[in-house]
Design a binder for this molecule. Structure first.
Ligand code: GRF
Length: 199
């Protein structure tokens, strides 16, 4: 049985698109499928991408204690929660129930250039301002603190001397689209193995 993925996204949804395409294109038995795309913003372009791919969508009020989100995840029988440009904090209630089963992608090499307020162009501006020669992509498990959970995978991207925040962001994003779907696949396989060995 494929793992059931929920993707939470607040914005453009290019990672969501890469994830949908990756699992649609897998020739072998499908490891996972996106069963729900949910957003705190009813007008998020990510929801349009999901609807176009005939995936169930939902927008929800993220200002409660997490019960609305938890209800959505339970009803869709979600195995793994994937954050892809989701800008709200995951409430403790949801983190507890999905402990070890929520992953996020960050467009830099955590623990550097992460934490509250570090998203979008700000991340790449900070990397360039620091003079770092490398940036990259981090996939990590989500716990109660922003960008602090255990790291699952990282991929390095060189910072060129001519880089602007925009050019660096574009190169990092292209790597995200390759790395994230494959790491999700790996996490889903490991979850399935674990479920078999503990059954
Ligand atoms: C990505 O850079 C991701 O690393 C970060 O938010 C951005 C989302 O982009 N968490 P998109 O909505 O997937 O295009």
């Amino acid at each position: 049985m494929p793992s059931r993925l929920a993707v939470l996204a607040s914005g453009r949804g290019s990672n969501l698109q890469a994830i949908i395409e990756h699992f649609d294109n897998l020739a072998r038995e499908r490891i996972a499928k996106v069963v729900l795309v949910a957003s705190n913003r009813a007008d998020a372009p990510a929801l349009i991408r999901a609807a176009t791919a005939s995936i169930d969508i939902a927008s929800f009020d993220a200002s409660d204690d997490g019960s609305t989100l938890l209800d959505l995840l339970r009803k869709a029988r979600v195995d793994l929660v994937v954050l892809a440009g989701y800008l709200k904090r995951i409430p403790p209630m949801v983190v507890r129930e999905y402990s070890g089963r929520i992953i996020n992608i960050h467009p830099a090499l955590l623990p550097a250039f992460g934490g509250a307020g570090m998203y979008g162009a700000r991340v790449h501006e900070a990397v360039i301002a620091s003079g770092a020669e490398e940036s990259g992509v981090t996939v990590h498990l989500v716990d109660d603190a922003y960008d602090r959970g255990p790291i699952v995978a990282q991929w390095r991207v060189a910072v060129e001397t001519s880089d602007t925040a925009e050019s660096l962001a574009a190169r990092v994003l292209a790597v995200e689209h390759i790395v994230y779907p494959r790491v999700i696949e790996m996490v889903a396989i490991l979850q399935q193995l674990e479920a078999k060995t503990t059954a």
